[in-house]
Ligand binder design. Structure first.
Ligand SMILES: C[S@@+](CC[C@H](N)C(=O)[O-])C[C@H]1O[C@@H](n2cnc3c(N)ncnc32)[C@H](O)[C@@H]1O
Length: 249
């Protein structure tokens, strides 16, 4: 399981939540509604959701992320919970989730839990990595780590529109919107941006190498993908996203 570095996430990867703000526009404007931010991370979007409902909670399976969220937003409810273990029944008007589903292998089970947790008329509003997301970075990393005797198997579950639509329907949800799109994403910190990103997202693969080897692997990754992802000023990650709004009738 990925151990999140909540401080690095807030400092270097705040673009994840920044882009997630677009997803907030799908949340209905109602003075009274119960909203769950599933996989809330450090709580940046939960804080925005807090003004859209009167009963708002953020949950995440990472204790480090929840601790950071509580420090940043002490008046908001946060709880350590794995979405796959959620036991809520008819509890939420909106289940919001940004950049989380691709970390979860069992989408059918997650969608069943979400269906159970939504009130009738409630909506799932989610966005995450679509099929093909970061393909250039993953291929480059696979090659770079192989040069040092390592292996890389993608741990991500990037879905297609057809898969997600079908799985949501099987779980009982009515899919209102489901589409994917390219989102080239500039990484902060100039030349260091790609290595910083890789240290967060490939932390478990890098952990078995010495610090010097890690630097060499990341340098090799940068060389391998530079033509495609360096725009002359910054690294631009090859993100593709999928968005879905689905309702429980
Ligand atoms: C890229 S972060 C996104 C955080 C936040 N939603 C945002 O937009 O900034 C992904 C988060 O998903 C959480 N996560 C992954 N699998 C989960 C699961 N099964 N249940 C709950 N949270 C999960 C991780 O711990 C992490 O905090």
């Amino acid at each position: 399981m990925t151990e999140w570095n909540a401080t690095l996430y807030d400092r270097q990867h705040d673009f994840v939540a920044e882009y997630g703000k677009g997803l907030l526009t799908f949340v209905p404007q109602r003075p009274k509604q119960a909203i769950l931010d599933l996989g809330c991370g450090t709580g940046t979007l939960t804080a925005q959701l807090n003004s859209l409902g009167d009963d708002v909670k953020g949950t995440d399976r990472s204790p480090a992320m929840i601790a950071q969220a509580r420090r940043s937003y002490p008046t908001i409810q946060f709880e350590v919970e794995d979405g796959l273990q959620m036991t809520d029944v008819n509890r939420w008007d909106v289940i919001f989730s940004n950049a989380v589903f691709h970390w979860i292998q069992d989408h059918p089970r997650l969608l069943r839990r979400i269906y159970q947790a939504l009130r009738p008329g409630g909506q799932l509003i989610c966005e995450f990595g679509a099929a093909g997301n970061i393909a250039t970075i993953e291929n480059g990393f696979r090659e770079a780590i192989a040069a040092y005797g390592g292996t890389y198997h993608s741990k991500f579950n990037f879905a297609t529109v057809a898969q997600l639509t079908q799985q949501a329907q099987v779980a009982g949800l009515v899919v209102e919107k489901c589409y994917d799109f390219e989102r080239p994403t500039p990484l902060k910190a100039g030349e260091q941006g790609l290595a910083n990103w890789a240290r967060q997202f490939f932390a478990s693969e890098l952990a078995s190498f010495s610090p010097v080897e890690q630097d060499e692997i990341l340098a090799r990754l940068a060389t391998r993908v530079r033509d495609e992802l360096w725009d002359g000023h910054q690294w631009v990650a090859d993100y593709r996203r999928i968005r879905c709004v689905a309702r429980k009738d």
